[in-house]
Design a protein around this ligand. Sequence first.
Ligand code: ZN
Length: 174
Amino acid sequence: MQIIHDFKKSIKKYSKLGKKNKFFHPEECPFCHDKLHKNGFYHRYVISIDGKTHRILIRRYRCHHCGRTVSILPSFLFPRFQRSLKYIVCCIKEYLLQKKLLLYKRAIFFYIQRFQHNIPGLISFFRDRYHSLIPFNLARIKKATKLIKMIWSSDAQILSKEYQDHFNQCFMAL
Ligand SMILES: [Zn+2]
């Protein structure tokens, strides 16, 4: 399982700090509520919006009771995506709002498809959390455009974390 945590640091800073980062240690195992023990790190790569690749460390914990692992994903990422959250959200926004391609078409369309897949979740999320209403009878593309504007104009990282905490998956999930 992945828990999203806001480290309040840029990708560059997070990457530079390496193991010296202040890693969030959850109070208990989300599955059985026993204690979580440190279980090393794994590394992965992130591509930031300027196109640079960063190698980062992800902290992992393990529960000795149920044997499951939990990793702490920084909020500048979507689980299982290599480009940063800001990069991806920006790609979707630029295309939906002005048909501008920040990447090759196939990548953009893949992101948009994933995003559109999560429209119902996003609509109910915005309704529950912020009492903002998006009419359900709008065309899918209009709904997607409205939603990406709302996401872009707020703090997308905080929003994504809230969404993940609420639904236990990100708004780019399959
Ligand atoms: Zn457990």
